[in-house]
Write a protein that binds this ligand. Structure first.
Ligand code: IMP
Ligand code: MG
Length: 337
């Protein structure tokens, strides 16, 4: 899988951070390019006993030889970016495209009031107002900020060079298919398209260069903010089932519902997925916690996975059995033959 795109098939928060971190270590990924909207994302990585909540840098930072790039389609919050570079000690391998637009305090202020805060219930990270200004062609770019100078690079050139040299490349999508401005639950969505095609465009990779699209689902569905969620459960019921989660960026309660086969099927179509990852199997089937081979999963868990595969018509190649990067069942080799 030289060039693989990873996106979420639901409403975000399905565990892309974990999947990307695993794939980067396993594939000795040369380059990971972060796509998506900006710091409204929160990708959680639990590795070597430490938890990281990444909002700007690719979750592939765990593989210490991986170059960490941010594509021109992505919005930068310089403060958050510099903090993450420090936390991950990655100053020598980070590259930010010259043309990334930059979130300023006025964007954050605008995102925390009126329609965006009260109706859409955004993350308040300034991404919507910043993308609006980008559309008006008045926004400032990364090249205008001196504190970003030493990280500036041509991300599309770097990514395509790595692909052409046959190196393993990951494109890290953010948010989720149904938060897409085009394909999501408008107006309850984010400020741009976030499907696999958009992720490629964000980092300057053309559709013919992509080998695999991994769509990530969680064993149940969650969403934060406003908008429809089919078969939504009460918070009390979610607590009973162990599905009561709190959002990474905003600390808000995540709303939850059972796995939606209908949404999953459509997400496979919209993203052109070649395979799926299914995370948090251990939350639904606690006996599966930490399991690393398919055989060891319980009968009930296997039946669920088989049902998912039958409905979505692509193989479930990666199965998350715990929050840790290495708590995973990887069936990619097994399913190839
Ligand atoms: P915005 O992207 O901050 O403008 O928020 C728009 C909607 O998308 C709100 O419902 C947010 O809660 C949701 N959202 C944005 N980013 C994420 C994410 O990374 N995970 C989950 N929900 C998100
Ligand atoms: Mg998240």
């Amino acid at each position: 899988m030289p060039c693989t795109v990873v996106v979420c098939g639901f409403f975000g928060d399905t565990g892309k951070g974990k999947i990307i971190s695993y794939l980067s270590l396993k594939g000795k990924t040369a380059v990971t390019a972060r796509a998506g909207v900006g710091p409204n994302a929160g990708h959680t990585v639990v590795y070597k006993g430490k938890e990281y909540k990444m909002r700007m840098l690719p979750s592939a930072f765990v593989y210490d030889k991986c170059r960490l790039l941010i594509g021109p389609g992505v919005l930068i919050n310089p403060e958050i970016l510099l903090q993450e570079i420090q936390i991950t000690k990655s100053q020598n391998r980070v590259g930010v495209d010259h043309q990334c637009a930059v979130i300023e305090p006025k964007h954050i202020e605008a995102d925390k009031k009126g329609h965006l805060a009260q109706k859409i219930k955004t993350t308040g990270s300034g991404t919507g107002p910043c993308n609006a200004e980008r559309a008006l062609r008045t926004v400032k770019l990364a090249r205008d900020f001196s504190e970003l100078k030493k990280f500036l690079t041509d991300v599309p050139l770097e990514v395509n060079t790595a692909i052409n040299e046959g190196k393993n490349v990951l494109i890290e999508g953010t948010q989720g298919t149904y938060l897409s401005l085009f394909h999501g639950t408008y107006p309850y969505c984010t400020s741009k398209d976030v499907t696999a095609s958009a992720a490629c465009s964000d980092v300057g990779v053309g559709p013919t260069k992509v080998d695999d699209v991994v769509v990530v689902f969680k064993a149940y569905t969650t969403r934060v903010g406003g908008g429809p969620l089919p078969n939504e459960l009460s918070w009390e019921e979610a607590e009973k089932r162990g599905w009561a989660e709190v959002a990474t960026v905003t600390g808000r309660r995540r709303r939850s519902a059972p796995f939606s086969y209908e949404l999953a099927k459509r997400a496979v179509m919209l993203n052109g997925a070649t395979q799926a990852a299914l995370t948090k199997i251990d939350v639904m089937f606690p006996e599966c916690k930490g399991v690393k081979s398919y055989e060891e999963l319980s009968k009930e868990a296997k039946a669920f996975i088989e049902k998912v595969e039958k409905e979505i018509q692509v193989p479930v190649t990666l199965i998350g059995t715990g929050p840790g990067t290495l708590e995973i069942v990887d069936r990619r080799e097994e399913l190839k033959s």
